[in-house]
Design a protein around this ligand. Structure first.
Ligand SMILES: *Cc1c(COP(=O)(O)O)cnc(C)c1O
Length: 425
């Protein structure tokens, strides 16, 4: 597969942007090689500037759950854009999306819109500190909550991929890090510091060290520990919200956090984030309360429009069953061809969110994720890319199935993985 135009674009981009990219993992440092520069996307497929076509399992890193450029979302956006792109004043669109979110997500009674998941997480922590008047936070190794200082400690996603899990210049003396799925570790940390802990923030299904599922009792344990010490429990559902169930992981696992971060899907592919929770907490956000938080483009009418239409299309009965069914078809097929060639692997999946690790032990936390075979993943990644299958360029990321993925897409993907498996000794 030729990528000459992408190579040219990449060289020029590197002169004017660090690494040639607007977000680090896109530069392919984790896997090497030239990132395809994307020209367009439609449904489950994307095309690069050299005209190569790929079946896309990145889905803009989560938002594209309907597939790309869904006609109803495009129509809604076309109509909205005629009315202007930003006003810096309230619109009815915000109330509509907020109402839909409050109805859908069990623990959210009020919500504040921001522009990214990063902002959602840093603002939720700010609120937790304001509510509790405490400084410390507990996070988990390999979880990613955006790039705010207190959260860039042992962070997953690009921070792990680039080998900068705790980035230069960041002070995070109030952050305590525990192991994912290790509730005893959390209990010990809370015993030592619980009275100073404002919040425990967690990805209820981790997606940023690859896909890692919460063990039975882990989320319940966090709920108990935070209640005991008067700390808030924050679910960062930027990835899992409207992904693992309509109401997110909190619906799927039936745990009610105090605050929830959202992003990705709720913006239907436009830049967005949100945080919300019980009225008693959200009332403390400015202008009702003393926790100041603001944004020039927050509640942007285009982002709200794309979000409203996306969630409307997700609320159709049977949608999540369909996502479950095509995702199962895919991962069962991959399992089959890898098993057939006796390639050690673990596939983790919840709904339409999954990843494959080349590991011979269960992957339950960052340490076990990092022990998986990185060289094998790189080889796998490039073979798939050249075979027209677009995965995230790092094993510390999840893959996503959308409603636009067809049985043909799934069949083709399993076929290419089968070809790769055959070449392994
Ligand atoms: C993507 C992600 C973020 C960051 O969102 P951005 O919009 O990239 O700032 C935060 N938390 C989780 C769980 C994410 O998956």
């Amino acid at each position: 597969m030729k990528r000459e135009r992408s190579a040219g674009h990449f060289e020029r981009a590197k002169l004017v942007m660090p690494g040639g990219v607007s977000s680090p993992v896109r530069a392919f440092n984790g896997v090497g090689g030239i990132p395809p520069f994307i020209a367009k996307a439609k449904g489950s497929h994307i095309w690069d500037v050299d005209g190569n076509e790929y079946i896309d399992y990145v889905g803009s890193w989560g938002p594209a759950i309907l597939g790309h450029a869904h006609p109803e979302v495009v129509d809604a956006l076309n109509e909205a854009i005629e009315n202007g792109t930003s006003f810096g004043a309230p619109t009815e669109l915000e109330t509509r999306l907020a109402s839909v979110i409050c109805d859908a997500v069990p623990s959210i009674e009020m919500v504040r819109f921001v522009n990214s998941g990063t902002e959602a997480a840093m603002s939720a922590i700010r609120l937790a500190r304001g509510v509790t008047k405490r400084p410390m936070i507990v996070k988990f190794e390999g979880c990613y909550h955006g790039h705010a200082d207190p959260l860039l400690v042992k962070a997953g996603s690009g921070a792990a991929t680039c080998g900068e899990p705790t980035s230069a210049g960041v002070t995070a003396r109030h952050t305590i890090v525990c192991r994912y799925n290790d509730i005893d570790g959390v209990d010990r940390a809370m015993k030592a510091h619980g009275k100073e802990v404002a919040c425990v923030i967690v990805e209820p299904v981790a997606g940023n060290m690859g896909c890692v599922l919460p063990k039975d009792g882990f989320l319940e344990g966090l709920r108990d520990a935070t209640k005991r010490y008067g700390s808030l429990l924050i679910f960062d559902e930027v990835m899992t919200g409207f992904r693992v169930a309509f109401g997110g992981a909190q619906e799927r696992y039936k745990i009610r956090p105090d605050l929830t971060c959202l992003g990705k899907i709720i913006g239907g592919g436009l830049p967005v984030g949100a945080y919300g929770g019980a009225r008693e907490y959200m009332r403390q956000v400015s202008p009702l309360g003393a926790v100041y938080q603001a944004g020039t483009l927050s509640g942007n009418p285009l982002a709200m429009t794309a979000g409203i239409k996306t969630i409307e299309l997700l609320s159709v009965p049977g949608v999540y069953e369909k996502l479950e069914q095509i995702s199962a078809e895919l991962t069962e097929g991959i399992e089959r061809v890898l098993k057939d060639k006796r390639i050690p692997h673990r596939i983790n999946r919840v709904g339409a969110m999954w990843s494959v690790f080349f590991a011979d032990k269960p992957v339950v936390d960052f340490v076990s994720a990092a022990e998986s075979d990185g060289a094998k993943f790189r080889d796998f990644f490039h073979f798939l890319l050249d075979g027209g299958i677009y995965l995230a360029p790092s094993s510390f990321e999840s893959a996503f199935v959308s409603l636009a993925h067809t049985s043909e897409d799934i069949k083709r993907t399993i076929e290419v993985i089968g070809e790769w498996a055959k070449r392994q000794k």
